[in-house]
Design a binder for this molecule. Structure first.
Ligand code: NAP
Length: 463
C-alpha cells in the first residue's frame, strides 16, 4: 500500500470525466497527487449523463460522490478540451508525471451481416446517446413509425432500449430524457419490441432488477412463450451447478413472465432466445428495413466448457421496421497510444499502457472500459481505477515516473482550447439545466448543443 502522501508535488492528467475518471481522481487526490481531469465535452460524468437510462435517476445520484471529489483541493476540471485534437498526448506527457486514460468505449460491435446499415437499422450507442442528449447526436433522426422493432442483444443496454421504446409518455415526462427524444418517442408507433438473444434464457446477460422492471411498466408487459424456456441438457446442468445466482434468478423471472397473462397491456416486450440475425431485409427506394432473416441456434459446449450458440438449419423471417443492434460497446484508437484492434482497447498490462511485446510506456496508464472492456456496473470501475492508481503510486515510490518539463497552465489550455471551461463553468450549466427542469417537474432539462452548453457555462476558465 502506497504512502498517503506519495503523490505530493506530482501531478496527474486524467483523460475522460466519466465514473472511472472521478474514482481515479479521488484516489489520487487521497495519495497527495494533484489532478487535472480533461473531457472533450463541457459536461462531466460520461456514461452517467449519456448512458444511464433517463428513467433510472437513482443510478444517476452517484454523481453526488463525484461532486465531492471535484471540491477537493488539488483538483481541476478542463471541460471542452479534446485530447488528441486540441492538445496531443505528447503534450500531456511533457506536463504531467503521469497520464491516466479513462476514455471509455464509444463505438459499437458490428453484426457483420448483409443489410446491417439499411435505413431503420441503428447502433445502440447512437440511440442511447440521442435520447440522453449527447451533443454529437442531438440532431440524429430515428424512424419510429414501425409497429414492431427488434433489439438485438440480451444485455442491460438492450433492455434499456426496449423499455425506452415502450414506456408511456407519462412515465418519460418526469425524466431528463432530451426534449427532442421526448417528442419523437411520444409520436412513436412502436407497439412491440422483440428482444433477440443468440443464446438461451439461462445465458442472458441482464441483471435481475433490470429484467424485473419489465414486469412493472404501466402500459407494456413482457411476453415469453413457454417453449422459449425449454433448456438443453448442457444449459440445465450449467444453471444448476456453475451459473451465477443472477442467471438462476433471471430464469425464474422469465418463467414467471411465461405464466403471466398479458392483461391490459397495449405494448409488449417479447423475449425470444436462441436466434441470430442473418440478414436485414428491405424494400422501397431507400431499402428501408422491412424484416430480419434469422437462424435458430442450439447451445454447444466448447472445449473450454463455455456454452456457445451454434446455428441450426432452421430459418425464419421476423417482419419489423426498426432494428437496434445492442451487442456490446467497443473502444476506438486514441491519439498515439498503442491499440489492440482485436479487443478494441488501449493495449495495456494490468493498467500500464504497453506495446504488443509488453514494453511499458512509462507514466501512461488506463482504467475503466478502455482498459478491460465494457463490462460490469458503474461501481465496478471504482475497483478498476484503484488497481491503476495503485500502479501510479507504486511507480512514484519507485521513482520511475517521468519528470515533466513544462507546466499545464490555464493559459496553455485556454490557448489550445478557447472554449474550455472549468468546474465553475459546469456548475453554471448544471444550475441552468436544473432551473429549466423545475419549471416542468423534471430533474433537469438537458442542453444538447455545444453552443447552448457554452453559453450556459458563462465563459471560459476563470481561475
Ligand atoms: P453486455 O452485457 O456484454 O451484453 C451484450 C449482449 O450482446 C449479450 O447478450 C451478447 O450475447 C450479445 N451479443 C454479442 N455479440 C453478438 C452477436 N454477434 N449476435 C448476437 N448477440 C450478440 O453489453 P451491454 O448490454 O452493452 O452492457 C455493457 C455493460 O454495461 C454491461 O456490463 C451491463 O450490465 C452494463 N449496463 C448496466 C446497466 C444497469 O446497471 N442498469 C445499464 C446498461 C448497461 P452473448 O452473451 O452470447 O455473448
Amino acid at each position: 500500500m502506497a504512502e498517503t502522501n506519495v503523490g505530493e508535488g506530482r501531478r496527474v492528467a486524467i483523460v475522460g470525466a466519466g465514473p472511472t475518471g472521478f474514482y481515479a481522481s479521488d484516489q489520487l487526490l487521497g495519495m497527495g497527487f494533484s489532478v487535472d481531469l480533461y473531457d472533450r465535452l463541457p459536461t462531466p460524468f460520461g456514461l452517467v449523463r449519456f448512458g444511464v437510462a433517463p428513467d433510472h435517476p437513482k443510478i444517476k445520484s452517484v454523481t453526488r460522490m463525484y461532486e465531492k471529489t471535484a471540491r477537493k483541493d488539488g483538483f481541476r476540471f478542463f471541460g471542452g478540451v479534446a485530447v488528441g485534437e486540441d492538445i496531443t498526448c505528447a503534450e500531456l506527457r511533457e506536463r504531467y508525471h503521469a497520464v491516466l486514460y479513462a476514455t471509455g468505449t464509444s463505438s459499437d460491435n458490428r453484426l457483420g451481416i448483409p443489410g446491417e446499415d439499411r435505413p431503420g437499422s441503428y447502433a445502440a450507442t447512437r440511440f442511447v446517446a440521442w435520447y440522453n442528449g449527447h451533443p454529437d447526436h442531438h440532431d440524429d433522426a430515428f424512424d419510429l413509425s414501425a409497429t414492431r422493432a427488434v433489439v438485438v442483444g440480451n444485455g442491460n443496454v438492450a433492455i434499456d432500449i426496449a423499455r425506452m421504446l415502450v414506456l408511456d409518455p407519462d412515465e418519460l415526462a418526469p425524466t431528463d430524457t432530451a426534449d427532442h427524444a421526448l417528442q419523437a418517442l411520444a409520436a412513436s408507433q412502436v407497439e412491440e419490441v422483440i428482444l433477440l438473444g443468440r443464446r438461451g434464457p439461462a445465458q442472458a446477460a441482464f441483471t435481475n432488477p433490470e429484467l424485473r422492471e419489465l414486469g412493472e411498466l404501466s402500459r407494456a408487459a413482457p411476453v415469453v412463450e413457454p417453449g422459449e424456456l425449454e433448456l438443453d441438457e448442457a444449459s440445465r446442468a450449467w444453471l444448476e451447478t456453475e451459473a451465477e445466482p443472477t442467471n438462476r434468478r433471471n430464469y425464474e423471472l422469465l418463467k414467471e413472465y411465461a405464466e403471466r397473462p398479458l392483461g391490459h397491456a397495449t405494448h409488449r416486450i417479447t423475449l425470444r432466445f436462441l436466434r441470430s440475425p442473418l440478414e436485414l431485409l428491405g424494400e422501397g427506394e431507400d431499402g428501408h428495413v422491412t424484416g430480419m432473416r434469422i437462424v435458430h441456434n442450439r447451445i454447444e459446449a466448447g472445449a473450454d466448457g463455455s456454452l456457445r450458440a451454434v446455428p441450426t438449419d432452421r430459418e425464419e423471417v421476423i417482419p419489423c421496421g426498426l432494428v437496434i443492434r445492442s451487442i456490446g460497446y467497443r473502444g476506438v484508437p486514441f491519439g498515439d497510444l498503442p491499440f489492440d484492434e482485436r479487443r478494441g482497447l488501449i493495449r495495456n498490462v494490468g493498467g500500464r499502457v504497453s506495446e504488443d511485446d509488453g514494453t511499458v510506456h512509462p507514466g501512461q496508464y488506463v482504467a475503466g472500459w478502455i482498459k478491460r472492456g465494457p463490462s460490469g456496473v458503474i461501481g465496478t470501475n471504482k475497483k478498476c481505477a484503484s488497481e491503476s492508481t495503485a500502479l501510479i503510486a507504486a511507480d512514484a515510490e519507485a521513482g520511475t515516473l517521468p519528470e515533466p518539463t513544462l507546466e499545464p497552465s490555464f493559459e496553455w489550455v485556454r490557448e489550445r482550447a478557447p472554449h474550455a471551461i472549468d468546474w465553475e463553468g459546469w456548475l453554471a450549466i448544471d444550475e441552468h439545466e436544473k432551473r429549466l427542469g423545475e419549471e416542468s417537474g423534471r430533474p433537469r432539462v438537458k442542453l444538447v448543443t455545444a453552443d447552448d452548453l457554452r453559453a450556459a457555462s458563462r465563459g471560459a476558465l476563470t481561475r
